[in-house]
Design a protein around this ligand. Sequence first.
Ligand SMILES: *[C@@H]1O[C@H](CO)[C@@H](O)[C@H](O)[C@H]1NC(C)=O
Ligand SMILES: *[C@@H]1O[C@H](CO)[C@@H](O)[C@H](O)[C@H]1NC(C)=O
Ligand SMILES: *[C@@H]1O[C@H](CO)[C@@H](O)[C@H](O)[C@H]1NC(C)=O
Ligand SMILES: *[C@@H]1O[C@H](CO)[C@@H](O)[C@H](O)[C@H]1NC(C)=O
Ligand SMILES: *[C@@H]1O[C@H](CO)[C@@H](O)[C@H](O)[C@H]1NC(C)=O
Ligand SMILES: *[C@@H]1O[C@H](CO)[C@@H](O)[C@H](O)[C@H]1NC(C)=O
Ligand SMILES: *[C@@H]1O[C@H](CO)[C@@H](O)[C@H](O)[C@H]1NC(C)=O
Ligand SMILES: *[C@@H]1O[C@H](CO)[C@@H](O)[C@H](O)[C@H]1NC(C)=O
Ligand SMILES: *[C@@H]1O[C@H](CO)[C@@H](O)[C@H](O)[C@H]1NC(C)=O
Length: 454
Amino acid sequence: MNIIAVAVLLILLNCRSLCICTAQRLLVNMTVVRNAPAIGAFCLDGSLPAYHLHRGFGVGARNWILQFEGGGWCNDLQSCSERAKTRRGSTRYMNKQEVFSGILSNNASLNPDFYNWNRVKLRYCDGASFGGDAKFDNGTSVLYFRGQKIWEAIILDLLPKGMGQARKALLSGCSAGGLSAFIHCDNFAKILPNASVKCLSDAGFFLDEKDVSLNHTMRSFYANLVTLQGVEKNLNKNCTNFFSNNPKLCIFPQYVLRFITTPFFILNAAYDVYQFNHILVPPSADLLGQWKSCKLNTAECNAKQINILQGFRGDMLVALRFFFKNSSQGGMFINSCFAHCQSESQDTWFAVDSPRIHNKTIAKAVGDWYFNRDVTKQIDCPYPCDATCHNLIPTALDARRFLNYLSESDLGGCEDCQARRHEENKSGIIKPMHGLGMGLWLLLCSLLGLGHFF
Ligand SMILES: *[C@@H]1O[C@H](CO)[C@@H](O)[C@H](O)[C@H]1NC(C)=O
Ligand SMILES: *[C@@H]1O[C@H](CO)[C@@H](O)[C@H](O)[C@H]1NC(C)=O
Ligand SMILES: *[C@@H]1O[C@H](CO)[C@@H](O)[C@H](O)[C@H]1NC(C)=O
Ligand SMILES: *[C@@H]1O[C@H](CO)[C@@H](O)[C@H](O)[C@H]1NC(C)=O
Ligand SMILES: *[C@@H]1O[C@H](CO)[C@@H](O)[C@H](O)[C@H]1NC(C)=O
Ligand SMILES: *[C@@H]1O[C@H](CO)[C@@H](O)[C@H](O)[C@H]1NC(C)=O
Ligand SMILES: *[C@@H]1O[C@H](CO)[C@@H](O)[C@H](O)[C@H]1NC(C)=O
Ligand SMILES: *[C@@H]1O[C@H](CO)[C@@H](O)[C@H](O)[C@H]1NC(C)=O
Ligand SMILES: *[C@@H]1O[C@H](CO)[C@@H](O)[C@H](O)[C@H]1NC(C)=O
């Protein structure tokens, strides 16, 4: 009986927060790209690619922001075949309306610099950060690895809708979509020669870092991805020439960054939870489960583990040193939070209690950089000094559902609601919502048709 009472209470509590985020949501309809087949652009399963466009207005009517959706990668036939049957590999299974919040919000008090721009969300269904161009066909099954074509098809669709006359443009994206921003930034600037084009990567600075068992887990993951999906020919040529011994490395932002000529902003948490869970401590590197409790709650990390996390932050800063020192048009915001994707959710982008460095919110930092109001290269002091963090540690349930494999990862999709899934300790220590509460929350969300948030 007690369990039922607790359950009802939890549903009520969680429902209340759910209703809060439902009330102010801007939902934008999907536009399917009908002409995509003409250039061979298909999602993994052969379905048509799509985007969501919300028109700008007033002085923003000729400005455009394009936001790549994120959602991990698939780097072998098995994971891509599985993905093709989900919303990550097919527009057939996607929600046909998307929440526009944070950097995509149309409300000036929630998104002061970009609210009146044309705002576009590019749906992710290729599994290679919009970068591949290949096809698998063995007679019985077909998989389209056409991310590059999807990107081109969406651009071709948007140009006559007013983007061709753009004055200002920002190419953005989070997670795997943040990686897309690195891949397509210069190319986008060439497409809009008369516009002032800049690019932003949110949680896309995936490091070429050895895992805690000293394996190059991420390097081999990306090498397989580049090979399977035919990404190499779409990587920056100056980078691949420079790294001619191993051109695949140019998928890593840290190697391609100095070859990108368009002004770039790098937004990333120094303790990016996705990278923590998949690059630094992937399950294969923690067979004994020594990191299990530390992954779920930073308060449980021992001194050695904290040192390793500080080492990860240090390596990220080293990888960014050239950019920090030498990029005159670049911007950065590296906060010491346990998070992944901070531009699309309202509570991390711009809110009374959103994360700050030197009292500057992410929205302000990005806006100051975009409009040249201020030089914005912010690096936070190391954990646990920052009390403004919204730490979004994946829960045990997330871990079981999504985090065992890089290819199935799904962080960053929860938008406004995500922060509410965790009780936060403002001094920086995290207390995730566990077990029953989380399960009921997911159940409730799926009952209400919000399953796509996960
Ligand atoms: C969005 O789609 C819904 C359902 O198909 C439709 O009722 C609504 O009119 C559309 N809204 C806009 C702005 O096109
Ligand atoms: C914009 O956001 C503010 C703050 O959340 C809210 O008070 C206001 O009603 C919103 N405006 C519109 C038009 O939704
Ligand atoms: C074709 O590839 C799929 C996916 O890898 C596999 O399941 C199937 O057995 C293959 N069919 C043949 C005839 O090789
Ligand atoms: C850019 O502007 C120049 C000069 O106004 C014009 O000739 C050219 O067609 C424009 N290019 C594009 C792609 O709009
Ligand atoms: C490569 O670098 C040269 C010289 O800096 C530049 O002109 C060219 O546009 C670059 N190419 C690419 C693909 O970035
Ligand atoms: C390193 O990675 C390889 C390939 O993924 C794997 O077979 C091996 O077990 C890993 N070694 C360690 C110590 O994790
Ligand atoms: C910045 O550029 C200069 C000149 O190209 C170079 O000597 C210096 O090493 C660079 N700084 C860093 C931190 O890479
Ligand atoms: C931080 O910024 C807010 C406005 O964004 C301002 O009201 C507040 O006084 C600032 N706090 C400090 C300590 O500077
Ligand atoms: C938050 O973390 C601080 C620092 O470890 C700790 O002293 C405090 O008790 C925690 N507060 C709560 C409510 O858990």
